[in-house]
Structures are given as C-alpha cells and as structure tokens.
Design a binder for this molecule. Structure first.
Ligand SMILES: Cc1cc2nc3c(=O)[nH]c(=O)nc-3n(C[C@H](O)[C@H](O)[C@H](O)COP(=O)(O)O)c2cc1C
Length: 385
C-alpha cells in the first residue's frame, strides 16, 4: 500500500497521484511566447506519470520577467501556445498547473545559460536589454544587481491589474491549477520580507502591512479563478537568513490566505539573505510544509531535495504534506513518477506498465510477459543462444 499513488482531489480537480513537477524556468521563450521546446519539455512529465505538471514562473508583464527568455501571459496572443501545452498535459492524464509571477528586484537578468548575472554588452548585442526594475523598497538584491525603484501607488495598481489579466488568460488557456508566486525574493516576496520592505505606507511597517499586496492579489485571483478550480500560493516559508521572514510569519500569512479561499501552500524557502542559514539537506523544506499543514486548514506541497520514491512516500504517508513537488531530480529523470510507482510496488503486478502512456504501455506489458516466461537474463543464456 502506498499513499504517494493515492489520487488527490482538491475542489473539483483530481490529481492521479501526489507527485507534481515543480515550476522551473527554462528561459527559452521568445517575447514571452512558448515555443515547441516548451511543449516537448512539459509533455515529457505528463507522459512520465506526474500527477500535476506546473508550468514555470510566467510573467504577468514584460517588466516582471526574470530574463528575456521567460514565458509570459501579458497579452492575449500568448494564450495559444500555453493552451496547446495545457491540452496535451490533460490529454495525457496530468493536471495542468501554471505559476504566475513578477520578478520585481530580480528582473532584467541574464538568461542563466549565458552567465546568471546582470545583462552584459554581449547579452545586449543579442537584443537582451535591461529595463528599470521595481521592488517594495529601493534596495538592490546585491552587488552588481540593478537598483529598483519603489513601487508607487500607480505601480501597485498596474501590478494588481496585470495579475488579474494574466489569471484570466491562464483560465482561457485551460489550466486547472493556478499558483501565485510569492517566493524566492521576487516582487511579492520583496513585500513580505522585513529585509526588503522598508516602506512606511500601508504596504509596509508591520506584518499586516507587508502581507497587504500579496493578499490583495490573492483575493483578486480567487474572484477570477472558478470556484471548482484550485488556487495554490508558493511561499518562501523562511528567508535565507534568520533575521528575515520566520515560519511564524508564514503561518500567519497562510491563515490569511485560507480565509480568502486559497487551497494549498507550496512550501519553498530562501531567495532573500545569503548564505542560507537553515538546514539544507535532503527534504530540508518538509518541516515548513508540516508546520503549515498542522497549523492551518490548508493543503501543503513539500519541495526541495526530495529525490527518491521512498523519501517522497514517507513525506505523504507521515502526513507532513499532501503533495510532493520534484524539481531537479525530475529534470534528470522525467519518468520519475513511473519509476516511483514501480519502486514502491504500486504498479499493477500483472501489467506493470498500465500507467505508462498507452501507446507504449501495452507494448511493454507484452514484453514483460514474454520476459517472465524466459526468466531472468544471464550472460550464459545469451552465449548459449
Ligand atoms: C532550473 C530551475 C528553474 C526554477 N524555476 C523556478 C520557477 O520558475 N518558479 C519557482 O517557484 N521555483 C523555481 N525553481 C525552484 C524549484 O521549483 C524547486 O523549488 C527547487 O529546485 C527545489 O526543489 P528540488 O530540490 O527538487 O530541485 C527553479 C529551480 C531550477 C533548478
């Protein structure tokens, strides 16, 4: 008996299992438009058995991009490519999720495969020019980073409108799950953290002020996203440094999100404050998911160095989280979920490839039966043949 392969229903959406592909930017879009790369890339994880495939941080405005390669949903023309991907994911059994966000002070950077720093002359020669970035307060992320301007009332109104419009487009594109990105030092995290939010207006000063903008956006999204579809919020449960956001702050934030009708918290951490001052071994963020789950009525998704099927099973079976998101290990092994099903003994004993794409599974089941008749392979058999 495994719990990882129990289906999971949230509102009217049922995930076929508890494994999600964590959102991971590919920096391969063109002016925010997806390309065939994205269809093939995300398609692999649906074919690979994941319960949910979450599309990467998708920018709500051009200035909200981390890099020029970010996927975007700031114009209607960008819906079509994402609709094709959502449709493929669903057709192949995965729940289609998408994360929307604004990079704030971490915008206008190099595509990481060109250097992962500020935009250089070489990047600009490729057409990747910087723009004025914004944040809760005018503090650069670090040396060499752009100096943001403080988001003023007009800027806040635009950000609210951009998130609302992007959510509507994500709905039109056919996604089941929408995730609001409030983590990793990007715009909404810059409001939540006392390190980056030095404002003296109603969007700062104390915990309630710092939560105000993310909560206003979440409330807006709940009004747009249909009642029967789930809304997730990704948080940095703690900043990298112990003097920043604490898990108590995040529990308080999650309780407010629950009142708004948010369904699940995707529990990441860090992005503000280096070096990371918390334990960072295997499953290092699971304790944050556990706290959110035990102190609120929300569902929790655990993420971070969960690399093994038995480890993922333990996270769910222990009740520490409802869902497990896999990031880098899924990049290495897009069939992680199918492999996990076999490793945990959750596959059908007589036709172990039933969960594989039917175009492949029927054939592998056939092969399996034949191999069982032959018995285990050995070098001697081959020599004899
Ligand atoms: C290439 C790459 C891109 C990422 N992009 C995003 C992103 O778009 N949104 C986000 O919330 N986290 C992003 N992350 C963080 C992952 O979603 C995940 O939380 C993190 O890698 C830890 O999980 P892991 O140890 O399973 O990789 C990214 C990570 C990687 C490696």
């Amino acid at each position: 008996m495994t719990r990882l392969f129990d289906p999971f229903t949230i509102r009217s959406t049922t995930l076929r299992n508890r494994l999600a592909l964590s959102p991971m930017c590919q920096y391969e879009a063109e002016d925010g438009f997806t390309t065939p790369y994205h269809l093939v890339h995300y398609g692999k994880f649906a074919l690979g058995g994941f319960g949910m495939v979450m599309i990467e941080a998708t920018a709500v405005s051009p200035e909200g991009r981390i890099t020029h390669g970010d996927v975007g949903l700031w114009k209607d023309e960008q819906i079509g490519g994402l609709a094709t991907i959502a449709s493929f994911l669903k057709r192949n059994g995965a729940t289609a999720g998408i994360q929307i966000g604004h990079a704030g002070p971490k915008a206008a950077m190099q595509r990481p495969y060109y250097g992962d720093g500020p935009l250089t002359q070489a990047d600009q020669a490729r057409g990747d020019h910087p723009w004025q970035v914004v944040s809760a307060s005018p503090l650069a992320v670090g040396e060499g980073w752009l100096l943001p301007t403080e988001l003023d009332a007009e800027g806040i109104a635009k950000v609210l409108a951009d998130f609302a419009a992007a959510a509507r487009r994500a709905l039109t594109a056919g996604f089941d799950v929408l995730e609001l990105h409030c983590a990793h030092g990007y715009l909404l995290n810059s409001f939540l953290s006392p390190i980056t939010n030095l404002r003296t207006d109603e969007y700062g000063v104390d915990r309630a002020g710092r939560m105000k903008l993310p909560l206003e956006i979440a409330r807006q999204l709940r009004a747009i996203w249909p009642e029967d579809k789930p809304l997730f919020v990704r948080i940095s449960a703690v900043d990298g440094t112990r003097s920043g956001v604490t898990i108590d702050d995040s529990v308080a934030f999650a309780k407010e999100l629950a009142l708004i009708g948010i369904d699940a918290i995707d529990c990441s951490s860090g992005g503000i404050g280096k070096p990371y001052e918390y334990p960072n071994g295997y499953g290092y963020q699971v304790p944050f998911a556990e706290r959110i789950k035990s102190e609120t009525d929300l569902r929790a998704m655990a993420v971070g160095l969960i690399v093994d099927p038995h480890q993922a099973e333990k996270v769910v079976a222990s009740g520490h989280a409802d869902l497990v998101a896999i990031g880098r290990e899924a990049l290495r092994e897009p069939n992680f979920a199918l492999r996990a099903e076999a490793a945990l003994g959750a596959a059908n004993h007589d036709s172990p490839f039933d969960s594989w794409p039917r175009q492949i599974g029927w054939w592998l089941n056939h092969r399996e039966r034949k191999i069982r008749q032959l018995g285990p392979w050995s070098a001697n058999d081959e020599a004899a043949a």
